[in-house]
Design a protein around this ligand. Structure first.
Ligand SMILES: [Zn+2]
Length: 320
């Protein structure tokens, strides 16, 4: 049975999984990324973990290794100044790991891997034109057009989180710019909206009893279910900005579906309804009523590993 190795390199943990052609993760291993402040030692630990994974899964040579990492560069096989990681500079991870193990290796950023994961293993198996959007701490996005991942000149295409969301003088973003979409449309973005609404209103609200850091998207959804006016207004405001931007995406890419994942997407109709309404309001007639909103079914635990594993399918130029 052909297997691939999927590796999700994150700011806290590095997760590895052995993945079948059908998208089942048959064994996993995980270690703390920050236990290896020297990059060479980190690559050594990755190689050891892959070997132990193959042994525990009772598998022979895998078809390939797919890695998703912040600022993972598909073309160069490097991690380019990845944020939240212990190492500095441009890191030649693909060549080092490939050199150590002799197994074909592919690297990409998290959002592109997530989009490909939906195409290979998830809800988008039968779709050729869609946008995958992860609404977590930030907003990650990957575009599949004509059945292929859109990478652009250097592999950084499709970063919707850092297009302007509202106005150039808007909220300050982690990237240093102002007004980026993810400062409004993400788990963090909606929290910023809630605290801004609280400051401008005398409305009683559940949110007056919690701190910014303690507030979760689950609580925001629960407050909306209880009819909390600030929660409902925050979803409406988020949906207005998100929907307006998706209308522009629709005109540029003509997608058949928008796939949502991440903490804020679990708010379900509270986020989808206003987003869809504002998107439709901003569309020309020819585009109206055609774009579906779908939710990722890969599960938060395995989605990143499956996304990483799906990158291996690009080795034979399929999907790229
Ligand atoms: Zn930004």
């Amino acid at each position: 049975m052909p297997v691939t190795v999927g590796i999700d390199i994150g700011g806290t943990g590095t997760k590895l999984g052995l993945v079948t052609d059908e998208g089942d993760i048959i064994s996993r291993v995980e270690f703390n990324t920050w236990d290896f402040p020297k990059f060479n030692e980190y690559v050594g630990e990755l190689a050891r973990s892959i070997n132990s994974l193959l042994k525990s899964g009772n598998q022979g040579e895998p078809v390939g290794i797919g890695i998703c990492a912040p600022m993972g560069n598909y073309f160069k096989g490097t991690i380019d100044k990845g944020y939240n990681l212990p190492w500095q500079g441009v890191l030649p991870l693909r060549d080092q790991l490939q050199g150590a193990l002799g197994i074909p290796t592919i690297i990409s950023n998290d959002a592109n891997a997530a989009a490909l994961g939906e195409k290979v293993f998830g809800v988008a198996k039968d779709l050729n034109d869609f946008v995958m959007i992860t609404l977590g701490t930030g907003l990650g996005s990957g575009f599949i057009s004509n059945g292929k991942l859109v990478l652009g000149f250097e592999g950084f295409a499709g970063e919707l989180g850092h297009v302007n969301g509202k106005k150039p003088s808007g909220r300050l973003c982690n990237c240093g710019k102002k007004g980026c979409l993810e400062t409004y449309v993400s788990a963090t973005g909606i929290k910023r909206t809630i605290f801004s609404l609280l400051a401008d209103s005398h409305e009683g609200s559940y949110f007056r009893t919690v701190s910014f850091d303690d507030l979760s998207t689950k609580e925001i959804t629960e407050a909306a279910e209880e009819g909390d006016k600030i929660a409902l207004e925050a979803f409406e405001y988020t949906g207005e900005i998100f929907g307006g931007k998706l209308a522009e995406v629709a005109i540029l890419f003509n997608p058949e579906a928008i796939i949502l994942a991440g903490g804020l997407s679990k708010a379900g109709h509270f986020i989808i309804d206003p987003t869809k309404r504002h998107m439709e309001d901003n569309l020309m007639d020819a585009y109206k009523g055609k774009i579906r909103f779908l939710s990722s079914q890969l599960g938060s635990e395995g989605a990143a590993i499956l996304g990483a594993a799906s990158l291996v399918r690009t080795l034979n130029a399929e999907l790229i």
